[in-house]
Ligand binder design. Structure first.
Ligand SMILES: [Zn+2]
Length: 370
């Protein structure tokens, strides 16, 4: 198969900006993927987007035996707003580095995995059904695609996620679970000079609650809580009636997820005259390393050794991905199989061009071996 130069082909993907909430850009990415597989022995199914978000795309190849397949999953949305490439992060090559919005997280990984998928489909070397799912909304927690991810996951013997590689090419075999909450407090307003004693400050109550929630952090247990957004009040001389804040929760185990979720949802006010309401919950369950996941990692290590590099995994990472959904179903999942580089979600985001060929070969090997 003649493949175009990967850097110029990937640069076309980067030039098409696709922040999650810009459906035309995300759908343009789905068009580029569909165009790539035209005329190949690959079936394409497009699922229209919902809630103003972009479409999903499913590619199928390999054996149509109905046996559990191998699934690759990539998201084509990015965090960078439209205009980022014109202003702050132009698509460019500097030595081994390819810069551009989303090149590392994760258009580079999606691109190289697609090339591997095409190679295996053309060569007819798959032992199982192969599925490739492209999604439009991972960066906001996959609200419209979780069902699809889990449905494909349940039918799979292994799931390969093309999120970025870590620190010199390490892959991801465990991720913390993520919870998100919004806490709203309502007290009683009063003039801060004339009627101070009548007021019940929602902000003072929020301060107590925030310290208590932040105090739940336990690094040894892999548990963190973060209040990163807050607000409240109406004027400098009014006892505030309203206040609100967000909670970001990370847990290493499903058990901790359940305990912390009920603890945060059940927050009780210190001041009985202030009402607290909490919404939210666990968004992504923890992705814990299972024996089956460890065996899949050993297979990947053997394939990498054959290609000529030593594959390592990194310690449990705090960041969630769609791999959390499939791993929590008990499906062996490898993540961080995407491109190597640095600077995800920043204006210095770049990928290492030299990582494309070996990572593509690793995914090809997994698609032919599992
Ligand atoms: Zn990502």
């Amino acid at each position: 198969m003649s493949t175009p130069d990967p850097v110029s082909a990937l640069s076309v993907w980067l030039a098409l900006e696709s922040p999650t909430h810009h459906a035309p850009g995300v759908n343009g990415m789905m068009d580029l993927v569909a165009a790539e597989v035209e005329g190949l022995p690959i079936a394409v199914e497009r699922i229209p987007g919902r809630d103003g978000l972009g479409d999903s795309l499913i590619l199928r190849a390999g054996l149509a035996t109905g046996a559990p397949g191998v699934a690759v999953m990539s998201h084509l949305d990015t965090v960078h707003p439209v205009g980022t490439s014109a202003r702050d992060l132009p698509v460019r090559v500097e030595g081994d580095r390819l810069y551009g919005p989303g090149v590392y997280d994760m258009k580079g990984g999606a691109y190289l995995a697609l090339q591997a998928f095409k190679q295996v489909a053309l060569a007819g070397t798959a032992k199982r059904p192969l599925v490739f799912l492209f999604t439009p909304d991972e960066e906001i927690g996959s609200p419209t695609t979780r069902g699809l991810i889990e449905e494909i996951g349940r039918k799979s013997a292994a799931v390969l996620i093309t999120e970025p590689a870590r620190e010199g090419g390490k892959i991801v075999t465990a991720r913390k679970g993520v919870g998100r909450f919004e806490v709203k407090l309502e007290g009683r307003p009063a003039h801060s000079g004339a009627r101070h004693a009548d007021g019940r400050s929602a902000i003072r109550e929020a301060a107590h609650q925030i310290l208590a929630i932040e105090g739940l952090t336990d690094y040894a247990r892999g548990l963190t809580t973060t209040v990163a957004l807050m607000g409240g009040g109406t004027a400098a001389n009014v006892i505030p009636q309203h206040a609100w804040f967000s909670v970001d929760l990370r847990v290493a185990t499903a058990a901790d997820g359940a305990v912390l979720e009920s603890q945060i949802l059940g927050l009780a006010p210190k001041d009985p005259d202030v009402r607290i309401s909490v919404t939210g919950g666990m968004n992504r369950p923890p992705y814990e390393k299972s024996p089956e996941g460890a065996a899949l990692f050993e297979t990947a290590k053997r394939i990498a050794a054959g290609i000529g590099f030593e594959l390592q995994d990194c310690p449990m990472t705090g960041g969630g991905s769609d791999g959390n959904f499939t791993a929590a179903l008990g499906v062996p999942t490898l993540d961080g199989l995407g491109i190597d580089g640095e600077g995800a979600h920043t204006l210095s985001e770049h990928a290492l061009i030299s990582s494309i060929a070996p990572r593509q070969a690793l995914i090809k090997g997994l698609l032919e071996t599992v």
